[in-house]
Write a protein that binds this ligand. Structure first.
Ligand SMILES: [Zn+2]
Length: 80
């Protein structure tokens, strides 16, 4: 017990808001990585380039970014 690591605390009782987003620093947007199978409208998190994706998120053609922001409250994720 000599090591102190980073621990994920699950003592978030009381907020009452379920969180299913991996990157939730904005609180309203759903960020999806390139390569994820999705369907919907997305916007590049870096440069704001918008794209309609129906299969797999590509790299951003403008800035080669790999993080997309869903433009809808809920993205329709295709579970393969
Ligand atoms: Zn971009």
């Amino acid at each position: 017990m000599a090591q102190v690591g980073v621990q994920v605390e699950e003592s978030t009782q009381g907020s009452g808001s379920p969180t299913a987003v991996e990157l939730d620093d904005t609180g309203f947007a759903d960020f999806v990585l390139a390569g994820t199978r999705v369907s919907g409208e997305f916007r590049c998190a870096d440069c704001g380039y918008g794209a309609v994706v129906q299969r797999e998120l590509p790299q951003c053609p403008m800035c080669a970014g790999t993080i997309w922001e869903s433009r809808l409250p809920r993205a329709n994720r295709i579970v393969a």
